[in-house]
Design a protein around this ligand. Structure first.
Ligand SMILES: Cc1cc2nc3c(=O)[nH]c(=O)nc-3n(C[C@H](O)[C@H](O)[C@H](O)COP(=O)(O)OP(=O)(O)OC[C@H]3O[C@@H](n4cnc5c(N)ncnc54)[C@H](O)[C@@H]3O)c2cc1C
Length: 415
C-alpha cells in the first residue's frame, strides 16, 4: 500500500481533518531527513480534498495564523479570512430591546495586527488537504477507517476495517472526540454534558459588520455573532438541549424569527445564507495524552465549550508542540516514537489543555445563568474590566494565543 516501499512509517496519523492534516504538514515540512508519514481517514478522497460549505466557521487566533503561515497554508486562504477588529460583549435577557454593551475590545495586537480571524471551515480544510495530498513525504489514504490497534516494541500497527495493517514508529490519534485509537489504547476520559445544544449557521445582513464580533450572553447560553467576508456572519448559538434541537428543525421562516429575536436589528434585514448544523455540547478530556508509541492531538485529546472559539486553536498548539518534540529527536537520529519524547509532549500540553477546558467551563457556568445576583456581579465585573486598559490588553494577548509556553511554529519561527 505504501508508495515509499517501507514496512514501517515514521508516523501514522489517524484522522484527516484539521489537526491530523496540520500535524502531517508540520512534521513533513520540518524533517530534513524526510520523514515517511501516512494519514488515514474513512471519507472518500473527493470529500477530503474538495469539501463544500457546511455552515461551519472557525475563529483562528493570531498564533494559529502564524502556524498556518509556517505550513505554507495561509497564503492560500488569505483572501477568504475576515479579520476580527473589535469584540463587544453584552449581557441581557431575551426580551431586552436595547442591549447595553458591558465590555468592548479592540481585537488588535501591539504591532497593529488582528488578534483573531474568521474562516469558513471548508476553505481551511481544503487548503490543508491540498497541501498534504501533494507532499512527497505523505501517503494520504482515503476510505480507511481504523478499527483496531496493536502495540509492538519497535512500532505500533493500526488495522483498518478492510483488514489492512499499517505500522508506524509513532501513531498520532487525530480521530476526533470519539477517538477509536484513544479507546483501543485503554485511555479513559473525563467528560460531561453541558445540557446545551450548539446551533451553527451563516447569515447575510443588510449593513456591514465592519469586522465586529459580538458575544451576547443570553440566559440559555452565549449567542456569538462572528464576522465573515462579505456582509455575512457566522452564528454560534447556544440553547438548552431540547429547545436547541427544536429550533434547528424549524422551517426557514420559523428559524429566522427565532434568530431575529436574539440577533436584533443593528445590521438591518437578515437572510439565511447557509446550511444549519447542530451539536450537543460537552466537555471531554483524555486522562493521558500519550501511551507507548501513541500521542493524542486535537479533539481526540480534549473538547472544550465553544464559548471562546478556542477548540481548534488548542488542537493546533498540540500539533505544533508534538512536531517540535518529534523533530528535535528525529534530527538526533532518535526513534520518533521514543517514550521520553512523548512524555515531554504530554507535560507540555496536558496542563495547558486542562486549564483551558476548566476556564471555558467556568465562563459558561457563570454566563449561562439568569439569577439576578449572579448577573449583577458579572455585569459589575465586565464593567470594571472595560475601564482597565492593561487588563483588556492581557485578554487580547490571551485570545491571540500567545500565553504560556508557545511552540516555535506558533511564534512564526522555524524549527
Ligand atoms: C459549535 C462549535 C463551534 C466551534 N467553534 C470553534 C472556533 O471558532 N474556533 C476553534 O478553534 N474551534 C472551534 N470549535 C472546535 C473545533 O471545531 C474542533 O476543535 C475541531 O474541529 C477539531 O478538529 P480535529 O481535527 O481534532 O477533529 P475532527 O474535526 O473531529 O476530525 C476527526 C477526523 O478523524 C476521522 N476519523 C474518525 N474516526 C476515525 C477512524 N476510526 N479511523 C480514521 N479516521 C477517523 C474523521 O473522519 C475526521 O476527519 C467549535 C466546535 C463546535 C462544536
Amino acid at each position: 500500500m505504501s508508495r515509499f516501499e517501507v514496512d514501517v512509517y515514521d508516523a501514522v496519523i489517524v484522522g484527516g481533518s484539521f489537526t491530523g492534516l496540520a500535524t502531517a504538514a508540520a512534521l513533513s515540512g520540518n524533517s530534513d531527513r524526510q520523514m515517511k508519514i501516512c494519514v488515514l481517514d474513512p471519507r472518500n478522497y473527493e470529500d477530503l480534498v474538495d469539501q463544500g460549505p457546511n455552515g461551519r466557521a472557525t475563529a483562528l487566533s493570531a498564533s494559529s495564523k502564524a502556524f498556518l503561515d509556517a505550513l505554507g497554508i495561509w497564503s492560500h486562504i488569505e483572501d477568504k479570512v475576515q479579520p476580527i477588529t473589535n469584540i463587544d460583549i453584552t449581557d441581557s435577557s431575551l426580551d431586552v430591546v436595547l442591549r447595553p454593551i458591558f465590555l468592548q475590545f479592540e481585537s488588535v495586537l501591539a504591532e497593529g495586527k488582528p488578534a483573531a480571524y474568521m474562516i469558513e471551515n471548508h476553505y481551511l480544510h481544503n487548503a490543508l488537504s491540498a497541501r498534504v495530498s501533494v507532499d512527497p513525504n505523505i501517503d494520504f489514504l482515503a476510505k480507511n477507517r481504523v478499527a483496531d490497534m496493536e502495540t509492538g516494541d519497535h512500532a505500533n500497527t493500526v488495522i483498518t476495517d478492510g483488514g489492512e495493517r499499517i505500522s508506524g514508529k509513532l501513531l498520532i490519534a487525530a480521530d476526533g472526540r470519539k477517538s477509536t485509537l484513544r479507546r483501543k489504547a485503554g485511555i479513559k476520559s473525563t467528560s460531561w454534558s453541558y445540557k446545551q445544544f450548539g446551533i451553527v449557521t451563516t447569515i447575510r445582513h443588510e449593513k456591514s459588520h465592519r469586522g465586529r464580533a459580538v458575544q451576547h450572553f443570553l440566559p440559555a447560553g452565549p449567542f456569538a455573532i462572528l464576522p465573515l467576508t462579505g456582509d455575512r456572519c457566522s452564528l454560534v448559538w447556544t440553547e438548552e438541549l431540547r429547545r436547541g434541537k427544536e429550533i434547528v428543525e424549524l422551517d426557514d421562516d420559523g428559524f429566522l424569527t427565532e434568530l431575529e429575536r436574539r440577533f436584533g436589528h443593528q445590521l438591518g434585514a437578515l437572510e439565511l445564507a447557509g446550511p444549519r448544523f447542530g451539536i450537543p455540547l460537552e466537555m471531554h478530556l483524555a486522562r493521558q495524552f500519550i501511551a507507548p508509541r501513541l500521542a493524542l492531538v486535537g479533539d481526540a485529546a480534549h473538547g472544550v465549550h465553544p464559548i471562546a472559539g478556542l477548540g481548534l486553536n488548542i488542537g493546533f498548539r498540540d500539533a505544533a508542540a508534538l512536531t517540535e518534540v518529534v523533530i528535535d529527536d528525529f534530527r538526533l537520529g532518535l526513534d520518533p516514537g521514543n517514550f521520553t519524547g512523548l512524555e515531554r509532549y504530554q507535560r507540555w500540553r496536558r496542563f495547558d489543555s486542562v486549564f483551558s477546558a476548566l476556564v471555558m467551563d467556568g465562563l459558561n457556568r457563570l454566563f449561562s445563568n439568569d439569577l439576578l445576583p449572579v448577573r449583577t456581579v458579572r455585569d459589575i465585573g465586565l464593567g470594571l474590566v472595560n475601564r482597565l486598559p492593561a487588563l483588556k490588553k492581557f485578554f487580547v494577548e490571551e485570545a491571540a494565543g500567545y500565553s504560556g509556553q508557545v511552540p516555535k511554529l506558533l511564534r512564526g519561527e522555524r524549527l
